[in-house]
Structures are given as structure tokens and as C-alpha cells.
Design a protein around this ligand. Structure first.
Ligand SMILES: Nc1ncnc2c1ncn2[C@@H]1O[C@H](COP(=O)(O)OP(=O)(O)OP(=O)(O)O)[C@@H](O)[C@H]1O
Length: 698
């Protein structure tokens, strides 16, 4: 509706909206902290602590070897700095007890001065000296821990995070799909990345608190006399509680939060992590032999970040210091108020306070802090139980055995790669893990080197499964698969996958740039721009990629450089998008056919010399007729040089030129032969062919 046709009150409403001052983050109650390369937005909400169940003795005993391994790794990663950090933390824990002890001594002296009018000068200098050293030492220790905490955190977490990435990348498909493994991976994914440091730090803090608590209690018990003063007690408690609330450790974990970084390495790191972690990409990663490449690229991107925190958890934790420093100082001042009050009163009316000054002071100074420490020791013991489980979960993931056992022989052996490889199935049966019945039953066929084989049949009959067995995504449950006459299980998996070019029906685009997506078809040349452009052109993808605003640099995945947390984190994210504080998700995408062209381009990355076998599962399902024709023309040129196995519903271009057509029905090969032979036979293949041919004759 145009403005002119609106009634006047609508005009007014519209003007109100236009004239209304633009909302800011403060209007949405959003707080923002910048830490290094990260922008951290959060909105506070009420917190309900999670319950932790107890841990049994057997569980602890089972976890002991993992604990031992964990300690080794922590020490290896942190070395001397870790020992220093631990000692400084313990020293920090003991300083309050020292300080209290000498405060008591000093106040006893004040009492003596008032009562006897004489001063032990040497003792006074000593006490005042030590008293002066305590805050300086605390400051020095605090500076040390704040300076080196991030260093240690990053160093240790980097080590554990890389372990975890590698552990996930190495899992084969059947293992990865196992529901037990899946449940374990899902339950642990978030917390394990940063577990290395978190576990250590929580345990260290817990022991430090125990040390601090016991030392303080013993000093107080030694010095305390049974004297009270109502006003002073209240003043002291109020001041200590206020100081406690202003301390570091604002409970941001209980907030809804969005962490965002515009650093390109972060986008790359998260894309690569997603390749390793998300089930969707598993087939591409395994079949493309991408594990090592991903691991190396990830390491390089992390190194290029330098000292900046790569993990969201690290960035999140470090923001604690950013906000806490000034408030911590204010808290320290508040804690001193009762002391100042007493000193002022003592100057004016010395006798009134003389008898109770020392003991009273100690009582007040310790009440809040001891209560706080004991409560933290109790909550800390619960989190230590969780950590014991975390350590166990971490190492159990790392130790999950793969179901597909690697072979030992190099592949191909004494082979003329320009001829292709022979493939033979001998009575192969296969059942998917967890399935109730076999999906392939006694499948037998033979494809000679350099031949074109097309597997046809209705939906769900087992065509794709045959292709998955040829590149050992799964192992057959019975029978034998031979490549060049040898059992496929005897060959090294990495060699096998290097010699095959595979396109799956349910191909996935990896969460990296389009260029990298194509490049990763050959990990050894993943950054070779010339090869990438050539492959894109062979896959018929060049034209549309060039029209994209960011061309080969286009990343089709959104939100790779951010994390959202908290129950209402998504609504916070939407507010941030509305405020323009984070980028809105990119709209649009590619068509099914364009996506298939990209997937095909990836298969053209591998050097022809390396490949002996091409496996294409429905490579043209989403292509237009011209693109399909061009593709098959191009592939047919390889006939006699590479063995090619296709699965297809479309007859015509492919089947007419096939050396072997396998008609699969009910998980077994019912018919095998050339197009002419099967047509002459006039059975299943002929019927299906005629159904398609009729459409053109009518
Ligand atoms: N990961 C899996 N776990 C359990 N069953 C599976 C899995 N993948 C496929 N199947 C089942 O195995 C059977 C064969 O599937 P397959 O994908 O090989 O069929 P297809 O002939 O390629 O079908 P289409 O023509 O639809 O691609 C189907 O019944 C399917 O449901």
C-alpha cells in the first residue's frame, strides 16, 4: 500500500516509527566485551545449577589410568610454567592466613601500647614490614596468574583439542554411525574441546581453597578470643559481602551469549572442525582421504592465529579478567572499611577498644571469607566429580577402536595405472550395522580393467551399497571383494582411497570455500588454483562460480565464525542481527544442478595418473540434459584407461556404452550383460528400458 492512500493516522504511526530513536544494545540489555579477536555479547538470566550425581568407587578405579595419562599430557604441555603456576597459586592461598596472623600481632601490639605505654620497636617494624609485603606479594602473584593463565590455557587446550580432532577424524563410517559412539560423541562434543585446562584449573582452585581454608581456620582458632561487637560485626559482614559480589568471576556462564569473530582463520578453523565432527561430511572425509589434510590445515590456521584464543571457550573465559580488574580493586577497598573505622575510634577513645581490638578484628575479617570458601569447596567437589567423568569420556573417545581394519599392502602393486583396476565380488553379503536383514545377498560379478559398469535397478535395491563396499566405507559381512585379484582388505586404506575417485549420490559440500571444496578432491593439490579452475571447468561449474560475488572464495555455510549459547541464545542472536552488531546470515544458495556440478568438479581434481577406479553414484541426477550429455562424453573418453562404475536410473547415454550392466533386485544381481544382450533377453532390464524409451516414442 502506498503512503498516499493511507489514512492520516497511519501516516503518523509511520512517522513515529521513522522518527523513533534507533535502539541500542543497552535497550536490549545486551552487554559487549571485546577480547582479542572475539566479540562477546551476553544477556544475563537467572541460573539454575545443574545437579551432579555421585561417582562410584569402581568408576574412580576405572578412571585412574586415564587420570594418569591426563596428568602426563598436562605436564608435557605446560612444563615448568605449569609448576610455577601451581606454586604461585598455593602461595596465593596461604597469604591471607599470613596476613591475618600478622594483623593479630599488630593489633595485640596496639593493645599493649595503650595498656603499658611502651613499644617493642623491632617487633613493630618486623610486623609492619611483613604486613606491607603481603598485599605486594598478593599483587605480584595475581599479576603472574593473570599473565600466564591465558598462556597455559591456550597451550594445554590446543594440545587436547588437536587430540580430539584427530580422534574424530580417524573414526571410520560404521564406527561413527554406531549409536553408542554417536551418543558418546554428542554428549561430549562441547565440553571436551576446552577440557584440558578447565579440569586442571578447577582441581587446582579446589586444592588452593582447601589450603587457604585450613590455614585461615588454624590461624583464627589460635588467635580468637570470645569477644563481640554488634555494629562492627554488621559493618564487617556488609563490607565483605559487597566485596565478594564485586569480585572476578561474574557468572556469565549463566547468561545467554553469542561469541563472534571476524577473523578469517577462525572461519577456516571452524569449517575444518565441522568437517571432522559433523556426521554429514563423514563419507566425503573418509573417501577423499582428507583426514591428514584437515588436521594439517587446522594446525596451520591455529598457528597463524598466533597467541589469539582459537577456542570460543578460551575467549569466553578470558573476558572474565577484562571486566573484573577494576571491580576487584574496589572490593579490596571495601574490605578495609571496618579496619579504618576501628582505627579511627581507637584514636579517640583508646580504652573502649583496647581489650577486644585484636580478636574482634580477626573474627570479622574471617567470617565471610571462611563461609564463602567452605561453600566453594563443597561445590568444587561436585565439579571435580564431573571432571573425573570428563577425563574418562575424553580418553574413551580417543581410544574407540575402528571397525574397518587397515590393510598392510601398498596399492596398486605392479600395476599399469592406465589400464584401470579389475573388481570382483564373490558371494558378497552385507548388512548395515543395526539393520535387521541383509541388504546385499550373495552378490557376484566381475569387471575387467578399463571397463565401464553400470548398476541399474529400482530404489533401495542396493546399488549405492555396492559402491560403498568397493571403496571400503563398509566391509562386507560375508564373501569377498577382490581388486586386481587380491582381497580388498589386504590393501592400505589410504592407498586405496587415493587411487579412487568417488561421487556419492548424497554428496555433501564441505563447510569451506567453494574453491577449497573443489580443491579438497585432491588433498595434495588442494591449494593449487590452476588445478581448481581446471576441475571446475571439467565439472561444468566455472561459469556460475565466476558470477558469484566472492567467486571461488564463497563460503556457503553461515555462522562458522560464531557460537551461540544459553537457553535463549538464539533470540539474543536475532537481536544482535537486528542491531547490526553481527552479520545477518547470507541469503540465497545454489541450485541442485549447480551443487552437483560442484561435486563433480571435486572428482576431477585428482590427477588422472593416480586414479585406477572411478565410482559415480547417480552423477547426473540433478543435471540438465545437455550437462548430462557433456559429462558422459567426457567420462567415456577414459574408457579403457580407468575402470568406471556407475549407479544410475537413467538409461541411454551410459548403458549403451557400458561393457557390463548389472541389474540389481532384492539385494542381488539378477541380470548381467551388455545393453544389446539384456535387451535381447527381454527380461527386467529390457522392461525398464522400454518404460523409459516409450516416453520418447509416444
Ligand atoms: N546407513 C544405512 N543404514 C541402514 N540401512 C541402510 C543404510 N543405507 C542404506 N540402507 C538400506 O539399504 C538398502 C539399499 O540401499 P541403497 O542406498 O544401496 O539403495 P539404492 O539401490 O542405491 O537406492 P536408490 O536408487 O534409491 O539410490 C535400502 O533398503 C536402504 O534403506
Amino acid at each position: 500500500m502506498s503512503k498516499r492512500t493511507r489514512p492520516s493516522n497511519h501516516h503518523d504511526e509511520l512517522r513515529d516509527v521513522i522518527d523513533a530513536p534507533q535502539k541500542t544494545a543497552a535497550d536490549y540489555n545486551i552487554k559487549h566485551i571485546r577480547n582479542d579477536i572475539w566479540d562477546f555479547f551476553y544477556r544475563k538470566r537467572s541460573h539454575r545449577p545443574q545437579k551432579t550425581t555421585g561417582i562410584s568407587k569402581t568408576e574412580i578405579v576405572q578412571t585412574l589410568p586415564f587420570l594418569q595419562r591426563y596428568v602426563h599430557e598436562i605436564v608435557d604441555a605446560g612444563r615448568g610454567l605449569l609448576v610455577m603456576y601451581t606454586l604461585v597459586s598455593f602461595a596465593l592461598a596461604l597469604i591471607p592466613a599470613f596476613s591475618i596472623h600478622f594483623s593479630g600481632e599488630l593489633l595485640n601490639m596496639v593493645k599493649m601500647v595503650i595498656e603499658k605505654r611502651e613499644v617493642d620497636k623491632e617487633k613493630l617494624i618486623y610486623i609492619v614490614g611483613v604486613q606491607a609485603i603481603c598485599p605486594v606479594a598478593t599483587n605480584l602473584c595475581n599479576s603472574f596468574t593473570s599473565r600466564y593463565e591465558p598462556v597455559l590455557r591456550r597451550r594445554i587446550n590446543k594440545n587436547f583439542d588437536e587430540h580430539l580432532l584427530q580422534a574424530r577424524l580417524r573414526l571410520d563410517l560404521p564406527t561413527y554411525e554406531d549409536p553408542v559412539v554417536q551418543a558418546r560423541l554428542e554428549a561430549c562434543s562441547d565440553r571436551l574441546g576446552a577440557m584440558g585446562w578447565n579440569v586442571f584449573n578447577d582441581i587446582l582452585e579446589w586444592f588452593s581453597r582447601i589450603l587457604s581454608f585450613t590455614s585461615q581456620v588454624s590461624v583464627v582458632a589460635k588467635l580468637l578470643h570470645d569477644q563481640q561487637s554488634g555494629f562492627l560485626a554488621i559493618l564487617s559482614i556488609v563490607c565483605h559481602i559487597s566485596a565478594f559480589l564485586l569480585r572476578p568471576g561474574y557468572p556469565r556462564w549463566n547468561s545467554d551469549w553469542v561469541v563472534f569473530s571476524d577473523n578469517s582463520d577462525i572461519e577456516k578453523i571452524n569449517g575444518l572442525r565441522k568437517c571432522a565432527v559433523a556426521t554429514d561430511y563423514r563419507k566425503e572425509v573418509i573417501a577423499g582421504n582428507l583426514q591428514e589434510y584437515i588436521q594439517n590445515e587446522h594446525r596451520q590456521a591455529r598457528e597463524s592465529l598466533g597467541d589469539a584464543p582459537a577456542l570460543v571457550q578460551d575467549a569466553q573465559w578470558e573476558t572474565r579478567f577484562a571486566e573484573a580488574s577494576n571491580l576487584g580493586f574496589l572490593g579490596g577497598l571495601l574490605e578495609r572499611i571496618p579496619e579504618v573505622y576501628l582505627a579511627v575510634r581507637a584514636i579517640h577513645t583508646p580504652t573502649l577498644f583496647a581489650t577486644s581490638f585484636a580478636s574482634l578484628k580477626i573474627l570479622q575479617e574471617n567470617a565471610t571469607s571462611l563461609a564463602r570458601k567452605s561453600s566453594k569447596i563443597l561445590t568444587g567437589s561436585r565439579s571435580i566429580l564431573t571432571h573425573i567423568r570428563t577425563i574418562r569420556d575424553f580418553y574413551e573417545i580417543i581410544n574407540i577402536p575402528n571397525q574397518i581394519v587397515d590393510g598392510t599392502e601398498a596399492y596398486p602393486v605392479d600395476h599399469d595405472k592406465d589400464l584401470g583396476t579389475s573388481v570382483e565380488f564373490k558371494d558378497v553379503c552385507f548388512r548395515y550395522p543395526g539393520a535387521k536383514e541383509d541388504c546385499l545377498r550373495k552378490v557376484s560379478f566381475k569387471i575387467k580393467p578399463g571397463q565401464i559398469c553400470v548398476i541399474v535397478g529400482a530404489n533401495g535395491e542396493g546399488k549405492s551399497t555396492i559402491i560403498k563396499l568397493i571403496n571400503r566405507l563398509y566391509d562386507c559381512t560375508e564373501g569377498q571383494i577382490l581388486l586386481d585379484g587380491k582381497d580388498i582388505r589386504s590393501f592400505k586404506l589410504a592407498d586405496l582411497r587415493k587411487s579412487m575417485s568417488v561421487l556419492y549420490q548424497d554428496y555433501r559440500h564441505l563447510p569451506v570455500s567453494i574453491g577449497k571444496n573443489i580443491g579438497m578432491g585432491d588433498p595434495d593439490n588442494a591449494d593449487n588454483e590452476m588445478k581448481i579452475h581446471e576441475a571446475a571447468s571439467l565439472g561444468g561449474a566455472s561459469d556460475f562460480i565466476k558470477k558469484l560475488p566472492s567467486g571461488f572464495q564463497t563460503v556457503m555455510e553461515n555462522r562458522l565464525n560464531m557460537s551461540v549459547g544459553g537457553r535463549k541464545g538464539e533470540s539474543l542472536y536475532e537481536d544482535l542481527v537486528q542491531l547490526g552488531l553481527v552479520k545477518a546470515p547470507a541469503k540465497g544458495g545454489l541450485s541442485g544442478g549447480q551443487l552437483q556440478r560442484l561435486a563433480l568438479s571435486r572428482t576431477f581434481m585428482r590427477s588422472r595418473d593416480e586414479i585406477t577406479l572411478c565410482l559415480y553414484d547417480e552423477p547426473s541426477a540433478a543435471l540438465d540434459p545437455q550437462a548430462e550429455y557433456d559429462l558422459f562424453q567426457r567420462l567415456r573418453l577414459l574408457k579403457g584407461q580407468k575402470t568406471m562404475v556407475f549407479s544410475s536410473h537413467r538409461f541411454g547415454h551410459l548403458t549403451k556404452h557400458a561393457d557390463v550392466i548389472l541389474y540389481v533386485k532384492g539385494g542381488t544381481v539378477c541380470e548381467a550383460g551388455t545393453h544389446a544382450e539384456l535387451l535381447a533377453k527381454g527380461e527386467l532390464y529390457a522392461q525398464l528400458y522400454n518404460v523409459q524409451a516409450q516416453a520418447f516414442q509416444e
